[in-house]
Ligand binder design. Structure first.
Ligand SMILES: [Zn+2]
Length: 344
């Protein structure tokens, strides 16, 4: 959900919403903010919302922007003359970009009212551009606000960090990402898988809208169904489906991640931890698999999946390794054979 009001932000970043809202309603605004935290935690979106709050002249008592006025509309359209966004050119944010920014800010053609600049990926500022930025931070104009966005706070000059109010963005909770995907029409199985795979909000949304990933989730689901019904071979299913992912390490890693989640759910079923079940819609398969193998065999299977995830980072024959994994899992579920002989 995009942020239109403070309570929208509070769903994902309650602490951030509280701190920023209080500084707006209590008229205790800092001139410089540093939005710090992992990618996919709504940092940039929050920067744009915050800019809208500052620019809107008809915000309500709670500090929400009206969303309707000329200011709000132009922030949404990316055309507000008093809002500047600086992004890297190539690998760095260059001194010339910062000079241009300062020049723009001094122009009389700007409108009355606050002026805001947002620097995305602020750790991309090089030495020269950092120094230029510092000068503006030392003497901020009365109604000038800056928001720096970064996931690498330690790469910023300490003098920049110390002049800004640091706002920490935490990884978004899995349950919030799942709810969000479901509200966008993603089915429960896919939403559970994707939200557990990543807590990067943007990545989750991208994956959910990509049919390729959806088909990989149903491939893994079908694999586990075949482990539960011995007459349909998982290896044949793999050979029919592998073209879709095996030569792409990101997709293969995704398949193994989802398989690990399934296997964890089987282990949960074995241990009776059904309240923590992820793939609730697959309960029948999970229970059947839990009955067909011992706890040891299921745990070994999970180890094998996670170990292949690691080994795929090296240049191994993925098709061969994947088939071997399936045979191990199959043996475990069909004959309850643990993957290794253990010394007692
Ligand atoms: Zn407005």
């Amino acid at each position: 959900m995009t942020t239109k009001r403070w309570e929208d932000l509070a769903i994902y970043q309650p602490q951030v919403a509280r701190i920023l809202k209080n500084s707006v309603t209590g008229k205790r605004l800092a001139h410089a903010y540093l939005f710090e935290g992992p990618i996919g935690t709504k940092r940039f979106e929050t920067a744009m919302f915050f800019a809208k709050v500052l620019l809107c002249r008809t915000r309500d008592e709670e500090g929400n922007p009206c969303g309707e006025c000329h200011h709000c509309k132009r922030v949404d359209a990316g055309t507000h003359p008093n809002l500047f966004v600086v992004r890297r050119e190539g690998e760095q944010i260059k001194k010339k970009q910062m000079k241009d920014l300062i020049h723009e800010f001094s122009r009389e053609s700007l409108e009355e009212g606050p002026r805001i600049y947002v620097i995305d990926e602020a750790h991309r500022l090089n030495q020269e551009s950092s120094n230029t930025l510092l000068k503006t931070m030392e003497e901020p104009g009365a109604d000038i606000y800056q928001v720096l966005v970064t996931d690498q706070i330690n790469s910023l000059l300490k003098t920049i960090v110390s002049r800004a109010q640091v706002i920490h963005f935490k990884p978004i909770e899995t349950s919030k990402i799942k709810e969000d995907l479901i509200s966008k029409g993603v089915d429960d199985l896919d939403a559970s898988a994707i939200a557990s795979y990543t807590n990067n909000y943007d990545e989750a949304a991208t994956i959910a809208s990509d049919a390729k990933y959806k088909s990989l989730i149903s491939f893994v689901r079908e694999l586990f169904e075949r482990f539960a019904i011995p007459k349909k071979s998982p290896i044949i299913l793999f050979r029919e489906s592998k073209e879709g992912f095996i030569s792409d390490s990101t997709l293969t890693d995704f398949v193994l991640s989802i398989a690990a989640l399934f296997q964890k759910d089987v282990l949960g079923a074995k241990l009776g931890h059904t309240d923590q079940r992820l793939f609730v819609s697959e309960s029948a398969i999970l229970e059947k698999l839990a009955q067909s193998a011992s706890q040891q065999t299921i745990e070994d299977g999970l180890d094998e999946i996670l170990s292949l995830k690691q080994r795929l980072k090296y240049n191994i024959n993925a098709t061969f390794a994947f088939e071997k994994l399936l045979m191990t899992l199959e043996r475990g579920y069909y004959h309850d054979v643990p993957s290794r002989t253990r010394s007692v």
